[in-house]
Write a protein that binds this ligand. Sequence first.
Ligand SMILES: [Zn+2]
Length: 126
Amino acid sequence: MSEYDLVCERCGNTATVEDAIVSWTRDAEMERDHALTHASCEPAGATERLPVSRLVAPQEFLLFVGRRIGVPVREPERLRTIVFAIAPFLLRPANGVEMNVLRAATFGKVFGVDPFKGSEAGSRSR
Ligand SMILES: [Zn+2]
């Protein structure tokens, strides 16, 4: 498994952004049974579904999360787990500069600051 793998809740195998969905059941009172699965493993009885390939777009992710706020959800921990599973696909470094910033940070440095002259990274108070 790589650092950010999605795991299907039904079959337990790795899913990709392209073949995973989030599904749930909505009735008059609440939403329930949120699940992250392969599209082919979608739980029977689910009334709503969104492909993860859509949810990894920041605006779609925010819409999904925003629409859940204030809606009664049975087992909100399941929904929370799904949100946390998808979030890294939006937040992971997307370009070389971001990767360099993260690499520098692992050494306690600030990317672009000469480590022998600048002291920005070392002088930051925590
Ligand atoms: Zn599956």
